[in-house]
Design a protein around this ligand. Structure first.
Ligand code: BES
Ligand code: MN
Ligand code: ZN
Length: 489
């Protein structure tokens, strides 16, 4: 990841220069100075390439003046629609445009400081990559750029505006790394260990093992875990940023299945490796806690993650087993592959009884059915509270982490009636994501609650504006924004 700095406007003698330009804007400031130094080569090239500054449009002019390797004009779209959020998305492509350079500067001197900070945030978010397990990759195939400077009219203001954005990006990187790690490395115990560094940010971290969870009556979570030699964990992370002695926190709860084979209801082999990221809900909660603490959010938040591995084995849970959840409600396990809801049931019950949340959001790569319904463009949003749902939808639009509200209702709830227990863990193929949400709703005790099914958005097979292909950390920026807009007033 490059080190990002904000500097006073001055033309560099060497390296690459990127010109972020709104639609129809004339070359101004440093861009005009560069054009002049190049004897008009920049304006001639932009004219010849019919560069209009449309969003995502870009033109590269190689070596416009001696010492400068290239100049890239990057379109930001219409000035009227370039708000802070649009600038962040527009800033993403800055990184691939410059990453192969030894040094580079973004000439953002004519833009408002808040927009410059957001451009920088977009570029930083896009720069993340994971090379830990590559030992033979040649240096020239990796990004060279170690430092990226943004020239700003008011560099100090841009620097100050960037500080909280950087903290959020660092939270995003924690999530992406957890999601990208292979499942032999990232066991439940290892994932819990990786929460400990959050203590340095002021987050209280408490790790519970199988003994403690047994005492708490976590029959559903432990049932999922029992087929694996890798013990389960629950991690409770607490950030007290309100300064109040006594307050009702908000809770974020994440599904952390470090690998989902399906258990005895085993999944087909093709694509099963994707189930290493079945812990993305938990990874998102961990990165979110780091983001909130990193920017010293003025609110009280508890993040809880249930970490298990779902494996077949001599002691694995069977289809037909009945387990007793921490809430006392019993569940007939029809399909051991519907394990995420079992994990969430116990962790959510714990969140409510121990932390008395004002409202709560759970995140889970819960169902393949949500991908059939919404593809990879929106996460599924379920809620028992319209205000909370609206706020989440708005935060999603603002951050580009989109979600789409799905229905809940008694008639769907009937699909999970069991002949032997209080409920069964699957409701059949129709409305598979909805019946999964109905299952979770049975454990929220009527509290304001929302559920994000992120099975389609946690991982991307293609590059996105602020995320290279792979782990996206969907949800970190959305929920950070939700907190910023509604809990820190
Ligand atoms: N982790 C999966 C859901 C999933 C599927 C996430 C594809 C990401 C990509 C979940 O545990 C699961 O297996 N769900 C089953 C539920 C079914 C058995 C009712 C599914 O979606 O098939
Ligand atoms: Mn499963
Ligand atoms: Zn799963």
């Amino acid at each position: 990841m490059p080190e990002i700095s904000f500097i006073k406007p001055a033309l560099p003698k060497t390296g690459a220069i990127l010109l972020p330009m709104t639609e129809g804007a004339a070359l101004a400031g440093l861009a005009a100075a560069l054009d002049e130094a190049a004897g008009g080569a920049v304006s001639r090239a932009l004219e010849a390439a019919q560069f209009k500054g449309r969003k995502g449009q870009s033109v590269t002019i190689w070596a416009p003046v001696a010492g400068i390797t290239k100049c890239v004009a990057l379109g930001l779209g219409k000035a009227e629609t370039l708000d802070a959020d649009a600038a962040e998305q527009a800033g993403g492509p800055i990184w691939p445009a410059l990453s192969a350079e030894a040094s580079a500067m973004v000439a953002a001197d004519v833009l408002d400081a808040a927009l410059v900070a957001r451009l920088a945030s977009g570029a930083m978010l896009r720069s993340w990559r994971f090379d830990r397990y590559r030992t033979t990759m040649k240096a020239e195939d990796k990004p060279k750029l170690g430092k990226l400077a943004f020239a700003a009219g008011n560099a100090a203001a841009a620097r100050a505006a960037f500080a909280p954005l950087k903290a959020v990006a660092e939270g995003v990187f924690i999530t992406r790394e957890l999601v990208a790690e292979p499942p032999n490395v990232l066991t439940p115990a290892e994932m819990a260990e990786r929460c400990k560094p959050l203590e340095k940010l002021g987050v209280g971290v408490e790790i519970l093992g199988p003994k403690e969870m047994k005492k708490l009556g976590f029959g559903a979570l432990l049932g999922v875990a029992q087929g694996s030699v890798n013990e389960p964990r629950m991690v409770v992370m607490r950030w007290n940023g309100s300064g109040k002695k006594k307050s009702q926190p908000i809770c974020f709860i994440g599904k952390g299945v470090t690998f989902d084979t399906g258990g005895i209801s085993i999944k087909p082999a093709g694509g099963m490796e994707d189930m290493k990221w079945d812990m993305a809900g938990a990874g998102t909660v961990i990165g979110l806690m780091a983001a909130l603490a990193g920017r010293r959010a003025k609110c009280d938040v508890v993040g809880l993650v249930g970490l298990v591995e779902n494996m077949p084995g001599g002691n694995a849970q069977r289809p037909g087993d009945v387990v007793t959840t921490a809430s006392g409600q019993t569940v007939e396990v029809i399909n051991t592959d519907a394990e995420g809801r079992l994990v969430l049931a116990d962790v959510i019950h714990y969140a409510i009884t121990k932390h008395d949340p004002k409202w709560m959001v759970d995140l889970a790569t819960l169902t393949g059915a949500i991908i059939i319904a919404l593809g990879h463009e929106h996460a599924g949003l379920f809620a028992n509270n319209d205000d909370l749902a609206r706020n989440i939808e708005a935060a999603g639009r603002a951050t580009g982490e989109l979600c789409w509200r799905m229905p809940l209702g008694d008639s769907y709830d009937k699909q999970i009636k069991s002949d032997i227990a209080d409920m069964k863990n699957v409701g059949g193929r129709p409305g598979g994501s909805i019946t999964a949400a109905q299952f979770i709703q049975r454990f929220v005790q009527g509290r304001p609650w929302a559920h994000l099914d992120i099975a389609g958005t946690a991982w991307s097979a293609k590059d996105l504006p602020v995320s290279a292909k792979g782990a996206t950390a969907y949800g970190v920026r959305l929920l950070d924004r939700l907190v910023a807009d509604h809990e820190e007033g």
